[in-house]
Design a protein. Structure first.
Ligand SMILES: Cc1cc2nc3c(=O)[nH]c(=O)nc-3n(C[C@H](O)[C@H](O)[C@H](O)COP(=O)(O)O)c2cc1C
Length: 259
């Protein structure tokens, strides 16, 4: 569902399990969503179910466009249509004030669809940009992120903690583009036993509800704050979207060195 003009807080719910909201992670998210709706009547929720979504290509013309943008060149004319799909996906991302991610751990990391989505939206000139010194400057400001992350085993303590690449990765990549206010609710031990699973879900649900009650999920600024989306090398590829009209660059977050 596309978002329309609204005065409510806009939540983009990104689902990265193929098992829907009846899944281990989804059960926690469902309660969290209910609490959010209770907390704000006008809440706008845009749902992106990654296993059902038709995500744009990150190969062919789009990968060449990415490299052109990274070196400050304008995209090729014949890439316009294809790159428009990437921009559409980025626009949907930037239209949100708050992100809610429903993520199971897969092989110590995140499911491939979520990595694919990240590869599609983390684009130079849109979510980050390079400075002339070769540093990376994040371009996403004032957003909050809530992650519900479930796993078959527990990763709360060592030695398991050091095998968890899911939470550190999500914090790193979204921090890289400027989303540093990230709250993670973990439901561990989902595959240990039915009782263990229920207890883990219950604990995560309680934590999430308390978090919503505290009001800490709300973005500090007014809703619909949007961030930069400017293509290096000049002219936009298509008519400027709401997100692109709103701000041109101006990131203030700390710079980080390009790896
Ligand atoms: C392909 C795949 C890989 C998985 N890898 C891990 C893993 O590395 N560590 C772990 O603790 N659980 C792993 N699991 C178990 C899931 O993380 C766990 O069952 C989770 O709660 C599933 O959430 P869902 O029902 O919302 O999809 C894996 C499950 C699948 C399907």
């Amino acid at each position: 569902m596309a978002l329309t003009e609204t005065t409510g807080t806009r939540v983009l719910h990104v689902i990265a399990t193929p098992r829907g909201l009846a899944s281990n992670t989804g059960r926690v998210t469902s309660c969290l969503l209910e609490a959010l709706r209770d907390d704000e009547d006008g809440l706008e929720i845009d749902t992106l179910d990654l296993f059902r979504a038709d995500l744009p290509s990150v190969a062919g013309k789009n990968i060449e466009t990415k490299y052109r943008l990274m070196t400050g060149q304008a995209p090729d004319e014949d890439a316009r249509e294809s790159w428009g799909q990437i921009e559409k996906t980025i626009d949907q991302f930037l239209a949100a004030d708050v992100y809610l991610l429903t993520v199971p751990m897969w092989n110590l990391g995140i499911p491939y669809v979520l990595k694919y989505y990240i590869d599609a939206i983390v684009q130079p000139g849109y979510l980050f940009r390079y400075t002339p010194e070769g540093l990376v400057e994040p371009l996403v400001n004032g957003k909050k992120m809530i992650v519900v992350l479930s796993s078959g085993s527990e990763y709360a303590t060592e030695p398991m903690r050091s095998f968890d690449f899911a939470e550190p990765y999500l914090r790193a990549i979204f921090g890289f583009v400027g989303i540093t206010d990230v709250t993670v609710f973990r439901a561990g031990g989902m595959d240990v036993s039915p009782d263990y699973r229920k207890a883990g879900q219950r604990a995560a649900i309680e934590e999430a509800r308390a978090f919503v009650r505290s009001g800490a999920w709300r973005p500090a600024s007014a809703p619909a704050s949007v961030t930069a989306a400017r293509v290096p090398g000049g002219a936009p590829l298509r008519s400027r979207s709401r997100s692109r009209r709103a701000v041109e660059a101006g990131a203030t977050s700390a710079q980080v060195l390009v790896a």
